[in-house]
Write a protein that binds this ligand. Structure first.
Ligand SMILES: [Zn+2]
Ligand SMILES: [Zn+2]
Length: 271
């Protein structure tokens, strides 16, 4: 069985996770992965719960660097990444941060739409299904246009995990094809990878984020850079549903996925 690199996980440096990075490493090693990339949260100006996703970048950076030096082996590597919560007005601050600190990998994720996170029911209380999801996609496009200094677009259809309209098998592509195509074309042009995020499965969905139709469409439009992550916030989430991912990606037309080291993609085979 092919073991995949898990390039999206959180430790207790993230405001919504409690597991020490050392324990995430022990758990990942037991799964015989070739490596992991820590991607703790930084969401500047997170208005739902101010300060929740602030990150002590200096301490995070030095801790993971030193763990990487101590705990990496010939068969298992530990890389240092970050998941930036995008908002157009945060673009300058993120650019400065990435000048000050070097990371192996930067995920750009849209968690909020004009300050509101669809994780909370309030977002859906004022929007019908179409408006709720369309506004999320429009926000992603606006975020990428404001800031594109990241390597992989995190969990593209994240909004579909939550709220009263969520269904396990919902089509997150067809009703929104025009805006999703615009997002995919933009990242392809900018050499930004698409992330395949299996955190969806612990939220009750039957496909990764984004859904299979979007991954196929990315390939059709010429996209080839893919990263894979479980979005683990606990040890038991590491590598969630990874056994199914190689066949799923091959059925979408891909032969390899990528791991970013020093902000450069390295291709790994899917079989
Ligand atoms: Zn995220
Ligand atoms: Zn995450």
């Amino acid at each position: 069985m092919l073991s995949l690199w898990d390039a999206h996980m959180h430790s207790d440096f993230s405001g919504d996770a409690n597991t020490k990075p050392e324990n995430m490493i022990v758990a990942a090693k037991a799964l015989s992965m070739p490596g992991i990339t820590f991607t703790d949260h930084l969401d500047l100006d997170y208005r739902e719960e101010p300060g929740l996703f602030d990150l002590d970048v200096s301490s995070y950076h030095s801790t993971i660097k030193s763990l990487s030096e101590k705990e990496s082996t010939e068969d298992f590597s530990i890389l240092l990444g970050i998941e930036l919560g995008l908002q157009p007005h945060a673009a300058n601050a993120y650019e400065l941060l990435l000048k000050e600190y070097s990371f192996d990998f930067v995920i750009g994720s849209t968690h909020v739409i004009r300050g509101e996170d669809p994780y909370y029911p309030k977002y859906f209380s004022t929007r019908d299904e179409k408006a709720a999801f369309l506004q999320y996609y429009e926000m992603i496009l606006e975020n990428i246009q404001a800031f594109d200094q990241f390597d992989s677009l995190g969990h593209l259809d994240y909004c579909f995990r939550y709220g009263p309209y969520a269904r396990p098998d919902m089509d997150t592509y067809t009703p929104y094809a025009e805006i999703v195509d615009a997002i995919l074309s933009t990242i392809i042009k900018k050499d930004i990878a698409l992330e395949v995020n299996t955190g969806s499965f612990r939220c009750g969905l039957m496909e990764p984020n984004p859904c299979i139709a979007i991954i196929k469409r990315y390939r059709e439009l010429g996209g080839y850079l893919l990263t894979i992550g479980s979005d683990a916030h606990k040890t038991e989430h590491i590598g969630l549903h990874f056994d199914d991912i190689p066949d799923l990606l091959k059925s979408c037309g891909f032969k390899e996925y990528h791991v970013y080291k020093n902000r450069t993609p390295i291709a790994f085979p899917l079989d």
